[in-house]
Design a protein around this ligand. Sequence first.
Ligand code: TZP
Ligand code: MG
Length: 207
Amino acid sequence: VITWQDRERRRSHLEVAEAALLGGARVIQLRGKELGGKELYRLALGIKEMIIARGQEALFIVNDRVDVALAAGADGVHLGQEDLPPEIARKLVGEEVIIGVSAGSIEEAVKAEAAGADYLGVGPIFPTPSKQDAGLPIGIDGLVKIRDAVSIPIVAIGGINEVNMEEVLKAGVEGVAVISAVAGAEDMTTAARRLAQIIDLHIQGGK
Ligand code: TZP
Ligand code: MG
């Protein structure tokens, strides 16, 4: 689950993170495009402490900011095509920190893998309400093509919800990332729990 703060500020990043963890999210990404380093660092520490306090095995990833990820002791950093190149980020964070890279095409995916990315965020799969410049949806077809072109784990993103998630999982991905399906839900915890259940059922079905 990726945190997000709506314009009306009805929900804070920490509230989204807490509800998501309560619902069983395995990874929390702090995505605070609107925030400066100081506030982002404070929230990053808050989410990290939340995960430790809950004794949950969830991973914590900071979007965009290598410095904040390192300062807060996050498990990883997620880089877009416009962020620091993965090979440069690797020099800064070392081998232990997870580096994820966004890819919307086979070219971007292959390049990110070669540059040392640990996983790819692939999308948008479907139209997304949460990112204006996300580009055209690549669909399940596009996802499968990228999956076949690389060997690192893939986290699908973009317009994924409880209705279409099974279809995405069937395409053979290691993860799914959502913003609005949780952060935009009336009951965020229940929304996260339902998504986690769909994933669990899918994994059991594949065994
Ligand atoms: N990158 C590609 S699509 C997207 C990001 C950050 C937004 C995903 O949000 P939603 O609401 O789950 O479609
Ligand atoms: Mg970015």
